[in-house]
Design a protein around this ligand. Sequence first.
Ligand code: ATP
Length: 513
Amino acid sequence: MAKQEDLFKNVISHAKEYGYIFASSEIYDGLSAVYDYGQNGAELKKNIREYWWKSMVQLHQNIVGIDASILMHPKTWKASGHVDAFNDPLIDNKDSKKRYRADVLVEDYAEKLLQKAQKEIDKAKKRFGDAFNEEEFVSTNDRVIRYLSQRKEILERLGRSLTNEDLVDVKALIEELEIADPDTGSKNWTDVRQFNLMFGTKMGASADTSSDLYLRPETAQGIFVNFSNVQKTGRMKIPFGIAQTGKAFRNEIVARQFIFRMREFEQMEMQFFVRPGEELKWYEHWKETRLKWHYSLNLGEENYRFHDHDKLAHYANAAADIEFNFPFGFKELEGIHSRTDFDLKAHEEHSGKKLRFFDPELNENYVPYVVETSIGLDRMFLAVLSSSLKDETLEDGSSRTVLKLPAILAPTKAAILPLVKKDGLPELAQEIIDELKWNFKVQYDEKDAIGRRYRRQDAAGTPLCITVDHDSLQDKSVTVRYRDTMIQKRVLISELASIIDAEVNFKKWMGNS
Ligand code: ATP
């Protein structure tokens, strides 16, 4: 555990040191759970967004993209259910003054029971060796049975209380289980109350005429309200999708995991409209397609797993998360939801406008069903950054820190390095940059010895270093050094564009998945 915490701390400090992520308004001591992307972070984020957009919109003839506004008519959020149901149950500890999500406190307690059961299983496994029958042990060992049934009971009771909005019982559960403040051990709790996660704001100049609005808590609703606009003007036929990337805002109760849980974040969402009855087939299709997208980036297939939801949201008839192995364990990275016709129907009711599709093959008018893929751009950023950061020991015993970002996502594709700052080498390096910059983000670096410059570019995640030396002036060749293998090759300057392209080509990355 300590090791994992260290790794996470390393990621956070590396992100700052190399211009990826800063605390928001840091000179004023920052703003809780709000972050700014620096010069490298903005590039990496843009490249992830583009990789998603191209694979969704450019590669699919039946998916188009939009860019809806953050502010929407307030009835949108009544129709979507967010005004009434976008709540988390919160509880305060009266002694420590710390605030927690009541459901998470109970879930963490239940998780500990699972860990205790697992410990018993592991112990027995060791004792019995090859003869160990896990299934039999789990169904007969008193302790394991007790831990697991207690866990099941607790989670079922929590689920029931939350569904019935019985917050008194959630508090009773916390007291019965004697759950203490994880930081201080105090059991002196307030009552549990619902907390709506939407940020409110006002539109208009005068206090009397201004209206109450919300900053959108998800981008999806901007797609639903534009369903007919896009379908008609784009002459889209079902099945078809609408994609969008953009900011969303949630006033999260507990936001302590760097850019994993932010109050202002960005989503990349796609709503796929299908015939009623075909939604589960498309749900399976998009689960598989999205997982392939993740695999294409080579962050390690073992770092992903599906988690099917037991408790479905009010709008869904199937839902799964793609979880990623973050430095603090497997957590949700992307959600794939079969949202039925809930949203379009609700908007029909609240707006009085028809949101339907005339299906010429069926000769029928219907409200389409929806399968959604929804991924947090910032969480994807954290997944990429944390799994790419490596400390390596080299053959000569020295060590290096290297950020093995997928080349297609790297902020800078190549650094152009004149061996010395004189003899015409900087000028030739500049000529190379002037040629390459039209197609690739490249960077000039002449400070320090060449070895240190390589290390700096390794740590910043630059896949290629191109060194210009005295021979380059005569033979029109340079040395290319590859970040991951550290292999060096002598190549003609005229070949550089195609060498970089081979590393960052979209078809090479996405086409192989
Ligand atoms: P969680 O259970 O972690 O709160 P969620 O189930 O509420 O997430 P969704 O409403 O399904 O999340 O949102 C879709 C995606 O948006 C998530 O998979 C996640 O990647 C991203 N996301 C949601 N909330 C946040 C947040 N506060 N900060 C960063 N990304 C977020």
